[in-house]
Design a protein around this ligand. Sequence first.
Ligand code: ADE
Length: 230
Amino acid sequence: MKIAIMGAMPEEIEPLIAQLDNVTTTVYAQNKYYEGSYKGQEVVVAYSKIGKVFATLTATILLERFGCDVLLFSGVAGAIADDLEIGDLVIADGLCQHDLDITAFGHPFGYVPEGEVCIPTDVKLRTIAKEIAADKGIVLKEGVIATGDQFIANADRKNWIGDTFNAHALEMEGAAVAVVCNAFNTPFFILRAISDAADMDAGFDFDAFLESSAKISADFILAMVEKVRK
Ligand code: ADE
């Protein structure tokens, strides 16, 4: 089995690469892919760059070019749910695209014909995550994560996304990864640690907490790697 671990930004994958053995780097389609092993398990790690288009490209390459069998995403998100604090971990039970809008044709927000508003993540991977969290005494929240090509720093927009998609957190890549993995029938898991509350302070908080929250997510993902291979 080969496990893909993906982030969007360098800060999201650096704590992962630091823990790998025998790392080799391949440049492909203007991006870097780090192949190595973690406790004997083969992994391929990459960051996509921000947004749905780059995330689609990287996820596709991890599956098609590198032959990964499972994809784990690690990164940060803006909180929607009031009970989410900076540093809290959220796993997606489903992903939707909050900026996908052909409502002019009578469709709901986030829907295009032959697609679905919310793509579910793999139940087994979520179960493994909950077992790890219980073992380690970590609180893991679960809910819909909404994705869009917008950094949200506005309470009205954030609340609209929360109300429209029943979303708990928001970010800029997860639903793109979901579309790719769903199309290739590859199990995937999206984990995010909260870096901000997607409100007027979001830009400041994101800069302040990106590194620490990304590390919290990355550490949990490495525990996942150990269990997923069994
Ligand atoms: N990722 C982390 N915080 C975010 C925000 N406020 N908007 C979009 N993506 C994010």
